[in-house]
Design a protein around this ligand. Structure first.
Ligand code: HAM
Length: 433
């Protein structure tokens, strides 16, 4: 166990500091714009749910449920779990509130959310125990048009964010009708090469042979590469669906790669599975993953309800953007720095007027800062304040000293050009364009 130092965050979780948080805001704002254009509404879900939602929804033979959940008993004796992902909660909320199918109330089943997810995984670059996802779900639509829409939405989000060097990887994992046959083919293949498999895969062989396809260990990878592909084994419905998805992606000009080994780590998937991979992330290279899950609703006790969606890791998106030198737009900064020239304390009225002007500008929607309102100590010299105005990146300095007070003026200085002019106190805003 790691040191329990209460002055430090627990292993695998981190603070998103101001140097980074404005970049997150940019990513989320961009994502929100894309959601609007694709017709998805934002929803806020609880961060914990009944444990059973995940054991039944995500599947109890998955790594998530077997070893990664933060589960606790509350004071009322209920078993609750910090959400390891959002899809099960989305489906639960949709069933609980009838969010799908009532178009007149704007409930088209197209939902998105963002927030922290929790998994007890081994921390490494791009992998945390508390991480953030943008999650998108399209509920109630069994058509392959929905799969294509969801994949296109994720790709469009990354395009607008400016991410480069991405690859869309697609597969089908079939359905309960055709999967048993494929499972058998896999079990037979892997059993014949059993001695080459790692411990974990040996354990998965009977229970979840599809996951062996996913193993990254070189010894298993070689055996998985030779494994039979799902394609000839899909039932007519799944095969037809897959053809439509691929045709749709081609129609929309999205290049993709087929990967017969892409099975995803959650048990609810049926038909389409996909990921978007970054060439700049190392081992944890998926910026987004998703697929169709037409049986999830029933597995948590609901009526049949189709669904398809994806989740993208915000931590990873920001990491890739930083690595690729992609712009996050303009960093928020004060437009104006109000400087009080108080003659070494001999003119407290200048400081009072600076306080009044700063507040007035802020209430007019102009980002303004003042001495003592930033990280500085209050009552600094004129020179120190002017230096701060430069360091915080302000465009303008509004200077108030005894002379300005007397004439009811403000000296407005453009910090980029160095030009300055006296402006009537009431008129400052109109000179800050
Ligand atoms: P997932 O593949 O487990 O899918 O996670 C989706 C994305 O979340 C990953 O591609 C990655 O970017 C990010 N992510 C996952 N685990 C971590 C971690 N430990 N640290 C940092 N980032 C991480 C799901 O969660 C499904 N619910 C996606 C989905 C939605 N399928 C259908 N609808």
């Amino acid at each position: 166990m790691d040191d329990m130092d209460s002055r430090k965050a627990p292993r695998g979780v981190r603070d998103i500091l101001p140097v980074e948080s404005w970049k997150w805001a940019y990513v989320l704002n961009t994502a929100a714009g894309v959601m609007t254009h694709f017709g998805y509404s934002e929803i806020h879900l609880p961060v914990f749910e009944h444990t059973e939602l995940f054991t039944r929804g995500v599947g109890d033979a998955t790594d998530i449920v077997e070893k990664e959940m933060y589960t606790f008993t509350d004071r009322g004796g209920r078993s609750l779990t910090l959400r390891p992902e959002a899809t099960a909660g989305m489906v639960r909320a949709s069933l609980e509130h009838g969010l799908c199918g009532d178009l007149s109330r704007g409930q088209n089943g197209k939902l998105w959310c963002w927030g922290p997810m929790f998994r007890y995984e081994r921390p490494q670059k791009g992998r945390y125990r508390q991480f953030f996802q943008i999650d998108v779900e399209c509920l109630g639509l069994p058509s392959p048009v929905a799969d294509v829409e969801v994949i296109a939405l994720s790709a469009e989000m990354f395009r607008r964010l400016g991410l480069k060097n991405l690859e869309v990887v697609v597969n089908s994992v079939g359905c309960p009708k055709c999967r048993p046959q494929y499972r058998e083919a896999l079990i037979s293949h892997f059993t014949s090469r059993k001695e080459g498999l790692c411990e974990t895969c040996l354990g998965r062989l009977e229970r979840n042979p599809l996951r062996v396809l996913d193993c990254k260990k070189p010894e298993c990878s070689a055996i998985a590469n030779d494994a039979p592909a799902v394609y000839g084994r899909l039932c007519e419905e799944c095969a037809g669906h897959f053809e439509e998805v691929k045709a749709g992606l081609t129609r929309l000009n999205f290049p993709y790669r087929l990967d017969k080994r892409l099975v995803r780590g959650l048990d609810y998937y049926t038909k389409t599975a996909y990921e978007i991979l970054s060439g700049d992330l190392g081992a944890q290279n998926a910026v987004c993953g998703g697929g169709r899950y037409d049986n999830l609703s029933e597995s948590i006790g609901g009526p049949p309800m189709a669904g398809v969606g994806f989740a993208a890791g915000i931590d990873r998106i920001v990491m890739v953007m930083e690595q690729q030198g992609v712009s996050f737009g303009e960093k928020p900064r004060p437009q104006v720095y109000v400087v009080a020239q108080d003659g070494a304390g001999s003119c407290p009225e200048a400081r009072n007027a600076a306080q009044v002007l700063t507040h007035r500008l802020r209430t007019k929607g102009i980002a303004a800062e003042q001495d003592g309102g930033d990280a500085s100590h209050a009552a600094r010299s004129f020179k120190a304040q002017m230096k701060s105005a430069g360091s915080v990146g302000a465009t303008w300095a509004c200077i108030i000293g005894p002379e300005e007070l007397e004439k009811k003026l403000i000296t407005v200085k453009n910090l980029q050009t160095g030009e300055q002019a006296p402006v009537p106190f009431e008129d400052v805003e109109s000179h800050l364009a």
